[in-house]
Design a protein around this ligand. Structure first.
Ligand SMILES: [Zn+2]
Ligand SMILES: [Zn+2]
Length: 327
C-alpha cells in the first residue's frame, strides 16, 4: 500500500510502498477514504512530542470501510464505515482506566503516534476504540470529527455551562465547537491572529457574535475560554478576558511556555486547566450530538501524496476549517 512515512522528526514525510499490516485479534483492517490533518501531526513531525514510533504513519482522524476483521473482532462487519480516533488502546486496569479516565492511562497508545495511523491507503485499528460514522456525514466531512470534533467536545464540556464562550484560535476544532455551543444557546466570541479578517468572517459565519484579534479585549467578559492555538501567551490573555469564577481550558497537546502573569488575573476563583486526549465515552456522546446537530464541516482536501503540503498549509494558518487527505 502507499503511505506517507515520517522517518525522522524535523524532516518531510516520504511517500513509500509498504506492506500493509494484517489485523490481529480484535482488530479491523480498513480501506482509508479520508484522514484529517491535525495540529498534533505538526507537533509530532516537528519533534515537539517526545517519543513517536519511528518510522511512523501519522494521522488520527481516519474514516474508512472495514475490509477484514481479525480473530474475535465482531463489532463491525466488512463494508461498515467507521472512524479511528487518537486513543488507540488503553490498559483497562490502572486506576485511571477503572475510574472513567482512560484518557489519562499511562500506558495508552495513540493512533498516528504509538501506532501507525491514516496517512495511508490502509490502516489497522483495535475495534473497541473505533466509532460508527453517523449516516449524514461523508468520509471527508466526517474525518475532522474524529479529533477536532471530539477534543473540541471534551474541551467544551470542561468549560462548564458558561453562557459566554471565548474560542482562541479559530481552526478545525473551534469551527465545530462554535456550532455545538450555538446549538446549546451559548454566545460565542472568536479570537484569531491579529488582522486575520478572513478568519474573523469565517467565525461570524458560524455564529460567533464577535470576532477579533487575540490581543483585543472582547466587548464583554467571558464566562469561559478555550485555547486551541499552541501559544502560551494566550493563557494570561484569556484570563484577563474571563470573568470571576470562569475557566480557561487549554485544549492542545503542546503549547509554547506560558509567560509569568500577575496573580490578580487568576484571583476570583478563575481556573486554568488542560484537556488531554479523549475517552470512548466522549466519542459516544459527541457522535450522538453530531448526528443531531447538522454540523457544517469546512474541509479542504489534499491527495495523500500531498500530505506535506497539507501540513504546511495548516502550519501557515491559511486554512479555513480542516485539512483532509482523501484519494
Ligand atoms: Zn490504564
Ligand atoms: Zn488531533
Amino acid at each position: 500500500m502507499r503511505a506517507m512515512i515520517l522517518e525522522r522528526p524535523g524532516t518531510p514525510l516520504i511517500e513509500r510502498d509498504v506492506e500493509p499490516a494484517t489485523p490481529g485479534p480484535g482488530e479491523v483492517l480498513l480501506r482509508v477514504h479520508a484522514c484529517g490533518v491535525c495540529r498534533t501531526d505538526l507537533h509530532v513531525q516537528a519533534g515537539e512530542l517526545p517519543r513517536p514510533k519511528l518510522p511512523l504513519v501519522l494521522g488520527h482522524e481516519i474514516v474508512g470501510t472495514v475490509l477484514h476483521t481479525g480473530a474475535g473482532a465482531r463489532r463491525f462487519t466488512p463494508g461498515a464505515m467507521i472512524g479511528v480516533p487518537w486513543l488507540g488502546w488503553t490498559c483497562g486496569t490502572c486506576r485511571f482506566c477503572r475510574s472513567g479516565r482512560e484518557n489519562l492511562c499511562g500506558q495508552a497508545r495513540f493512533t498516528g503516534y504509538d501506532l501507525d495511523g491514516g496517512y495511508a491507503e490502509l490502516a489497522v485499528a483495535d475495534e473497541r476504540y473505533c466509532f460508527p460514522i453517523p449516516p449524514d456525514y461523508d468520509s471527508v466531512h466526517a474525518a475532522p470529527l474524529l479529533c477536532a470534533g471530539l477534543i473540541g467536545y471534551r474541551a467544551l464540556a470542561a468549560a462548564g455551562d458558561a453562557p459566554r464562550l471565548g474560542l482562541y484560535g479559530f481552526g478545525a476544532a473551534a469551527h465545530i465547537v462554535a456550532q455545538l455551543a450555538r446549538h446549546e444557546g451559548r454566545r460565542v466570541f472568536a479570537f484569531t491572529r491579529r488582522g486575520d479578517a478572513a478568519g474573523q468572517r469565517f467565525a461570524r459565519s458560524l455564529g460567533a457574535e464577535w470576532a477579533g484579534g487575540s490581543d483585543e479585549p472582547p466587548p464583554e467578559p467571558l464566562d469561559a475560554a478555550v485555547i486551541f492555538a499552541p501559544v502560551g501567551a494566550l493563557v494570561p490573555a484569556a484570563l484577563r478576558a474571563t470573568e470571576r469564577g470562569g475557566t480557561v481550558v487549554c485544549a492542545g497537546i503542546h503549547m509554547s511556555d506560558i509567560p509569568a502573569f500577575p496573580y490578580e488575573i487568576l484571583w476570583g476563583e478563575r481556573t486554568v486547566r488542560s484537556v488531554a486526549n479523549l475517552t470512548r465515552r466522549d466519542g459516544e456522546e459527541f457522535f450522538r450530538r453530531a448526528a443531531q446537530v447538522p454540523l457544517k464541516i469546512a474541509a479542504e482536501t489534499f491527495p495523500l501524496a500531498r500530505a506535506n503540503d497539507a501540513l504546511e498549509q495548516l502550519r501557515s494558518g491559511r486554512l479555513q476549517g480542516a485539512a483532509v487527505l482523501a484519494g
